[in-house]
Design a protein. Structure first.
Length: 178
């Protein structure tokens, strides 16, 4: 997906929590592995089109920063996005191409609402109560919006970020700090 003439944006792969790692099958691992492989191809294709100068912004996740017991394959894949970002940044810097990643936390999307509806059923609470409990765990006290993420992507594509490359920026209301 492109948000400007020379600024490809690799879309994020949504994820539903799964069973404990030892109880999961191979399908989730293959699905996520395939998506990350496509992301690497997208970065390479974007770099070929740019050739001299440009911005690449990958979407990772705070799940790629630390382990998640119900998201092991997803967390590993998102950590891979961060590593891909850093490797591509080193490789493409001589061409004037910066490569950075954005690591969202809990974004208020239909998928997030579906996850909380499922959790609410299991816990015997309302979906709104489940979402409120999640928001209470976020230091800034609310779910993030797609606009929160887009604002950071826009910054990374702007001249103000021309000297930033290989960075993975958390956009998560303080859920993950590093």
């Amino acid at each position: 997906m492109s948000i400007a003439h020379d600024i490809p944006l690799e879309a994020s792969l949504g994820h539903l929590p799964g069973p404990p790692m030892q109880n999961s099958g191979n399908r989730p691992l293959h699905r996520i592995s395939d998506a990350r492989r496509r992301q690497g191809i997208s970065v390479r294709s974007a770099a070929r089109r740019m050739q001299t100068g440009g911005r690449i912004v990958n979407i990772s996740s705070i799940s790629g920063r630390s382990g998640r017991p119900d998201q092991a394959p997803y967390a590993a894949a998102k950590a891979g996005v961060i590593s891909l970002t850093r490797s591509a940044a080193l490789a493409l810097a001589p061409l004037g191409i910066t490569v950075n990643a954005v690591c969202p936390g809990v974004v208020d999307t239909p998928l997030t609402r579906r996850i909380h509806a499922d959790r609410a059923r299991v816990l015997g609470i309302t979906p709104d109560a489940s979402l409120a409990a999640m928001a209470a765990r976020i230091p800034l006290g609310r779910l993030e919006t797609t606009e929160d993420v887009a604002g950071v992507v826009a910054f990374l594509c702007s001249p103000a970020a021309s000297y930033m490359t290989g960075q993975a920026l958390n956009v998560c209301g303080g859920m993950e700090m590093d």
